[in-house]
Design a protein around this ligand. Structure first.
Ligand code: FES
Length: 174
C-alpha cells in the first residue's frame, strides 16, 4: 500500500540519508526534498522538517509554507489506506455527495480525518482529473470510476474486514 507507518518520535536517519543523497540542497530543491521525506515517513513530521531546515539553511517557514500550500503534502500521519472522493462539479451532479457520505459512514470519519486505528484516511478533492468517469473515488491509488455508494461501500467494507484479520475482530455490518 502507498502509505508508510507513522513514526512516533522522529527517526532522523531516513532524512539524513535523503539530505546526503540530494546534497547540496538549495531552495529550488524544496518540493523534491519534501516529496522524498514524505515518501520515507508517510507524512512530514515536524521534528524532521525542523532538523532539515537546520541542516540545509532553508528557513523552516519556507518548508512549512510549501508543505501547507500543496495538497500533496501532509503534516500529520495518515492511515495505511487513503480514500479520496471527488467533490468537483461533474462528480457532484452525478451523485458524488452520496459517495462521500457513504465513505464517511463506512469508515466512521469525516473529510480530512484518519481513523483511530490508523487504517484509513479520508479526503475529498476538488477534482480527481477523471471527470468523464464521474463520480470518482480513488482508493490507494486505484480509480473507481462511475462509482456508486454501494460499490464503494463494498470495496471499503472488504478492506476493513481484511484489515481486521480474524473473523472475531470484524465489526458487524449495520
Ligand atoms: S469533478 Fe470529479 S473527477 Fe473531475
Amino acid at each position: 500500500m502507498a502509505t508508510m507507518p507513522a513514526v512516533e518520535s522522529a527517526d532522523l536517519r531516513p532524512a539524513l540519508r535523503i539530505l546526503d543523497e540530494m546534497s547540496p540542497v538549495t531552495a529550488s530543491d524544496t518540493i523534491p526534498l519534501l516529496q522524498r521525506l514524505q515518501e520515507a515517513y508517510g507524512y512530514l513530521p515536524r521534528e524532521v522538517v525542523l532538523e532539515v531546515s537546520q541542516r540545509t539553511g532553508l528557513p523552516a517557514s519556507r518548508l512549512f509554507g510549501v508543505a501547507t500550500f500543496y495538497a500533496q503534502f501532509y503534516l500529520t500521519p495518515r492511515g495505511r489506506h487513503l480514500v479520496r472522493c471527488c467533490r468537483g462539479t461533474a462528480c457532484h451532479v452525478r451523485g458524488g455527495k452520496n459517495v462521500i457520505s457513504t465513505a464517511e459512514k463506512v469508515l466512521g470519519i469525516r473529510d480530512g480525518e484518519t481513523s483511530s486505528d490508523m487504517s484509513f484516511s479520508l479526503e475529498t478533492v476538488a477534482c480527481l482529473g477523471a471527470c468523464a468517469l464521474s463520480p470518482v473515488a480513488v482508493v490507494d491509488g486505484r480509480y473507481l470510476g462511475k462509482t456508486t455508494p454501494a460499490r464503494l461501500e463494498h470495496v471499503l467494507r472488504t478492506m476493513r474486514e481484511e484489515a481486521a484479520g480474524p473473523a472475531e475482530n470484524r465489526e458487524e455490518s449495520t
